[in-house]
Design a protein around this ligand. Structure first.
Ligand SMILES: [Zn+2]
Length: 247
């Protein structure tokens, strides 16, 4: 287990954000286990999860008039991201939520700059929680990961395999499949993009005085969860509103 804050096992609760509402952006390489970790944190804190693509799917009108994304990984333009962030955080969607978790967002420094600007306008604090993982961890997690094509609307939810047949879904017994984005070519592209963007994201966080903590995801899931809980608990106390970038 490796983390840069002291570990305590207090599970943070809804009222543990005395400094005002806070957005916690969770980033990390593909295969670090972000979605699983974020779902656990969301349950433990009664916090909603913001996902860029899910919001776009739910509210396609937000992108009216914009050209469709030509990107092979489906990334959308900064203008599209701006519209989604304004609708999400300056609108009523999360107005009553003291903590919102952002799953796998921002993906670029440009996206973080927009998020910082809009969090500032919304009077929300902002923190960055980064999972780190070695290439070996990421490749192993991705190779193991299966989803159920029949259960639930969330294509990122890892499926629970049946005890008598690990190839089948435990709840509906449909054959489990790899996530489309986990085929090796796409995973490689996502990893390369993450590694290319990560240094500038960290730089942008520093420019905005956004608290940025890292947690190693190389341990087993229980240990990673415990570390992440401790770091989140810390961030809920110490996060501040982003400041404008220094010239
Ligand atoms: Zn199923």
């Amino acid at each position: 287990m490796s983390t840069n804050v002291a570990i305590d096992h207090d599970v943070p609760s809804r009222d543990s954000s005395p400094g005002g509402p806070v957005l916690v952006a969770v980033i990390g390489p593909p295969g670090a286990g972000k979605s699983t970790i974020v779902r656990g944190l969301a349950r433990a804190n009664g916090a909603p999860v913001f996902r860029l693509r899910e919001t776009i799917r739910a509210r396609p009108g937000l992108l009216a008039g914009l050209a469709p994304s030509p990107d092979p990984l489906g990334w959308v333009s900064l203008e599209a991201v701006r519209r989604v962030l304004i609708a999400a955080f300056l609108g009523s969607a999360y107005a009553a939520d003291p903590v919102v978790l952002l799953d796998n967002f921002p993906g670029t420094a440009g996206q973080l700059n927009l998020l910082a600007e809009i969090a500032g306008q919304a009077g929300r604090r902002l923190a960055l929680l980064e999972l780190t993982a070695t290439a070996a961890t990421a490749v192993a997690r991705v190779a193991e990961r299966r989803v159920c094509p029949a259960c639930g609307p969330d294509p990122h939810a890892p499926a629970e395999p049946a005890t008598d047949d690990p190839e089948l879904c435990s709840s509906c017994r449909a054959a489990l499949i790899r996530r489309t984005s986990d085929v090796p070519r796409l995973h490689g592209l996502r990893m390369a993009r993450y590694l290319a963007n990560r240094p500038e994201i960290a730089e942008s966080a520093a420019d905005h005085a956004i608290e940025h903590r890292t947690v190693s995801a190389d341990d087993d899931l229980t240990a990673v969860r415990s570390s992440v809980n401790a770091v989140l608990s810390h961030l809920l106390t110490t996060a501040t509103q982003p400041r404008g970038r220094q010239p």
